[in-house]
Design a binder for this molecule. Structure first.
Ligand SMILES: Nc1nc2c(ncn2[C@@H]2O[C@H](COP(=O)(O)OP(=O)(O)OP(=O)(O)O)[C@@H](O)[C@H]2O)c(=O)[nH]1
Ligand SMILES: [Mg+2]
Length: 325
């Protein structure tokens, strides 16, 4: 469940063909063979990039190709090599060969680099075949084809953003509205019994992992409701979102309740960067919303996970907070 998984095809570049050419110069009859070798095809190289967190971008593009080597030229010129194609992947990505099941690499450190498929060698030009018995070879070799593999990218996800709220606050609805995850949603408390993760696209090439966890109630630390052990799933998140239903009688008191429960699990949790998201704003009319927002700090975000009102603001705030760290 907590694994991001994508299958793609990677094709290294073919080697360029060797060249058949002979030396030509005024007054030099019968110049020798001078066809150069073809260039190597480009490799496909996987690199661990610390700025990436998910494999989301690889879901949209499934084929990656490196460029071909160029053909050799006259005057013993070797063809230009093809360019490598770099696959930037999050740290912690495992790459497996789908045909053999073999683990090709584990990008376990920032900067880890592995060649996944090698470009083909360039073919020899005719100069290569010159020998005492064959002074004028007229053949050259084709380049070798680049390797092709179907590979699986597999990443164990760690959540960046944790949703914390009372039961029924709308956490699961939020996750399903912003990601492809489909946690159960229902109009009764304690619908969510275990954490769900989803990948939220913030903008192109930028995404984060959001965790939806069970609802928290006053006294959870004493075992009320579902207890609070599930909070360990958000202990390593970089940002907490307090999710509060706009219809809640006392929004500030609700946030304090949530914070007290977090504190009794782990003091450090309340020191995490956080955002307050007041949700379900589609359920009250504009004037009531104005009245509510007047009484609350100006940096709270108002949104509806159903109508997606305020969604853009919310995602921007998440992006900004994650960027600050
Ligand atoms: N109108 C409206 N209804 C919402 C919104 N968000 C959630 N709901 C409704 O509120 C109820 C509870 O939503 P959930 O997403 O299951 O709440 P939760 O916080 O995950 O609840 P637990 O898993 O029990 O902790 C459901 O009936 C949702 O349809 C919203 O933005 N607008
Ligand atoms: Mg839920």
């Amino acid at each position: 469940m907590f694994i991001d998984y994508v299958e793609i095809e990677v094709m290294a570049g073919d080697g360029g063909p060797g060249c058949v050419a002979f030396h030509t110069e005024k007054f030099v009859p019968k110049g020798g063979p001078e066809g150069g070798d073809g260039g190597r095809g480009g490799d496909i190289v996987a690199v661990a990039d610390r700025h990436l967190r998910t494999l989301l971008d690889y879901r949209y593009r499934r084929k990656y190709k490196a460029t071909k080597g160029q053909g050799g030229g006259g005057s013993l010129k070797t063809g230009k090599s093809g360019e490598d194609t770099i696959l930037r992947l999050p740290v912690g990505t495992l790459i497996k060969d789908l045909e053999t099941g073999q683990l090709l690499t584990d990008l376990d450190e920032v900067g880890s680099r592995t060649v996944i498929v090698r470009g083909g060698k360039g073919g020899h030009g005719n100069a290569y075949y010159k020998s005492p018995t064959n002074q004028t070879p007229r053949t050259a070799q084709n380049g070798q084809p680049g390797e092709i593999k179907r590979i699986a990218l597999e990443l164990k996800l760690l959540a960046d953003v944790g949703l914390v709220g009372l039961p029924n606050a709308g956490k699961s609805t939020m996750l399903s509205s912003f990601s492809a995850a489909r946690p159960k949603i229902a109009d009764y408390p304690f619908t969510t019994l275990q954490p769900h993760l989803g990948i939220v696209k913030l903008r192109e090439f930028k995404s984060c992992v959001m965790a939806d966890i069970p609802g928290l109630i006053e006294g959870a630390s004493q075992g009320k409701g579902l207890g609070h052990k599930f909070l360990r799933h958000i202990q390593r998140t970089r940002l907490l979102v307090y999710v509060v239903d706009v219809n809640e009688q006392d929004i500030q008191a609700t946030i304090s309740t949530l914070q007290n429960e977090l504190k009794s699990f782990d003091e450090n949790l309340v020191k995490h960067p956080s955002i307050v998201a007041i949700t379900k704003i589609d359920t009250i009319d504009e004037n009531d919303l104005k009245a509510v927002s007047k009484e609350l700090p100006p940096d709270y975000i108002y949104l509806s996970a159903v109508s997606r009102m305020g969604a853009k603001d919310f995602l921007q705030r998440i992006e900004y907070s994650l960027d600050q760290q």
